[in-house]
Unconditional design. Structure first.
Length: 124
């Protein structure tokens, strides 16, 4: 559903996902191409009506957060990216992702080893 959102709604939603939660001011400040405060409120209200955003009162005003589980959103987005740009090859995508970082810390290396071992076990 996220890929069908209009560009500005998608941008606000993705920004909120990166923040994990935030007020309209926090979302507005995190946007690369800032909108007015009222425009951010309007877009968040539209996203809430679509079931993508939840809100609750907070100390600094209304706090918004993504309604779907972030892991489910990330998995869907990653699956679409792998299908679109890497012809469905998780190995090609992983290789490209590893090329974006200078080095991995030992915990990251171990997590990758476990993920590769688990993927191999699933296929066996």
């Amino acid at each position: 559903m996220i890929e069908t959102l209009p560009r500005r709604e998608r941008e606000v939603f993705e920004t909120l996902c990166r923040l994990e939660q935030g007020t309209t001011g926090a979302v507005r400040a995190a946007l690369t191409d800032p909108l007015s405060d009222s425009a951010v409120r309007t877009l968040l209200a539209r996203l809430e009506a679509k079931g993508l955003v939840e809100r609750e009162p907070g100390e600094g005003g209304v706090v918004y957060r993504p309604a779907p589980e972030p892991e489910a959103l990330a998995t869907g987005a990653l699956r679409r990216m792998v299908d679109t740009f890497f012809a469905g090859s998780a190995a090609s995508a992983a290789t490209a992702l590893l090329g974006l970082t200078r080095s991995l810390n030992p915990e990251e290396v171990e997590a990758l080893r476990r993920a590769i071992d688990d993927a191999g076990d699933r296929d066996a």
